[in-house]
Design a protein around this ligand. Structure first.
Ligand SMILES: Cc1cc2nc3c(=O)[nH]c(=O)nc-3n(C[C@H](O)[C@H](O)[C@H](O)COP(=O)(O)O)c2cc1C
Length: 334
């Protein structure tokens, strides 16, 4: 049994929703919690944006009691901004703060934030300690193995991060150079684990229920964190939970569950961020929701060109009707 303890939160064999920009917004976090994610993380929020009270940053920090336990993830490079923003995040009543030292994208790295701090571990430690000391709620860190394959520093770094007082550490088992390509290297997890006593969360390529089980068994991690496998597929949390608890797969979502959850999710997004943004940003979710359904490719191609919810609903309902008809026809032919 793997126990993840962060403050008062205690979870056995935990399966967590990874922070993902333009994906893990409040509506989607709530949906993933409903399907069994044990903890959900916000998209990363810039410390500077929080301090400036930027509309987009504040919107990312809306939390709903029903989604707890929830963490807001912050990133930045300036110590004062990190302290101030952490205090603001604490004041909104979040369960814990996560610091992002793993983001690989150029726009973040060029400002010496996110994964850039892997090249300056002293600064990373200084920033982390400042945030831990500034707030009374738990602080966690999410980072990577190192900058590139020739500079994997995670084993020593994990110990130094633990010494700052963080409550848990999540490691995306790739380097910054690898971004999200190639295979995540879980072999580092036991080595990190041997060097620290705070909970260690494994992230990277946990895509199936079997992966989740293997991650716990092979690495001794205290929880797993799921990223891309959860895009357009909140059902992954139910499937992983069931497999971890019972050792067998649960039935996959039905066609109706996929289509109606897709629409429920999209409508929640429209309420949250308005029709235009919601419909455009939602496009990345269609392939997940329609995965495994007959002729979904052409429906997806159509959906990504539509800008009106009424039209999207109509396309999905017609598609559902066609699928039901083709099932009836196949059954009557047999
Ligand atoms: C669309 C997208 C957005 C992401 N945004 C963030 C982010 O805001 N904060 C963060 O720490 N990681 C972010 N990540 C990285 C994921 O949290 C995770 O570490 C990575 O996808 C590896 O996990 P996976 O193999 O399960 O996808 C993002 C990844 C994707 C695909």
């Amino acid at each position: 049994m793997s126990l993840l303890k962060i403050g008062n939160i205690e979870i056995t064999n935990g399966v967590l929703l990874a922070p993902m920009e333009d994906v893990t917004d409040p509506p989607y976090r709530l949906l993933c919690r409903k399907f069994g994610a044990d903890i959900v993380y916000s998209e990363f929020v810039a410390a500077e944006g929080i301090i400036r009270d930027a509309k987009r940053s504040m919107q990312k920090m809306l939390i709903n009691d029903a989604e707890r336990p929830v963490s807001i993830q912050i990133f930045g490079n300036n110590i004062e901004s990190m302290i101030q923003s952490a205090k603001i995040v604490e004041s909104i009543g979040v369960d814990f703060i996560d610091i992002n030292f793993g983001c690989w994208v150029k726009n973040v790295v060029k400002h010496n934030a996110g994964a850039a701090l892997l090249k300056d571990p002293d600064k990373m430690i200084e920033l982390t300690k400042a945030v831990v000391d500034a707030v009374n709620i738990p602080v966690t860190v999410k980072t990577r193995l190192g900058w590139d394959k020739t500079s994997i520093i995670i084993v020593d770094l994990a110990k130094r991060l633990e010494d700052t007082g963080i409550a848990a550490l999540a490691v995306h088992c790739r380097t910054r150079f690898e971004a999200i390509k190639g295979e995540a290297d879980w072999s580092w997890i036991p080595k990190i684990k041997a060097n620290i006593s705070i909970p260690l969360i494994l992230n990277g390529d946990v895509k199936t229920p079997q992966d989740a089980k293997r991650a716990f068994e092979e690495t001794g991690c205290d929880a797993v964190m799921v990223g891309r496998a959860a895009i357009g597929y909140p059902f992954i949390f139910r499937e992983m939970r069931h497999y971890l608890d019972h050792g067998i797969e649960c039935p996959p979502p039905t066609m109706d569950e996929k289509i109606f959850t897709c629409l429920e999710h999209l409508n929640l997004e429209i309420d949250y961020k308005g029709s235009y943004r919601a419909i455009h940003e939602f496009r990345k979710h269609y392939s997940g929701y329609l995965k495994g359904l007959k002729s979904s490719h052409s429906v997806r191609q159509k959906l990504v060109t539509i800008n009106e919810i009424s039209e999207i609903t109509e396309v999905l309902m017609n598609y559902r009707y066609d699928l039901i008809n083709s099932e009836v026809n196949t059954a009557s032919e047999e």
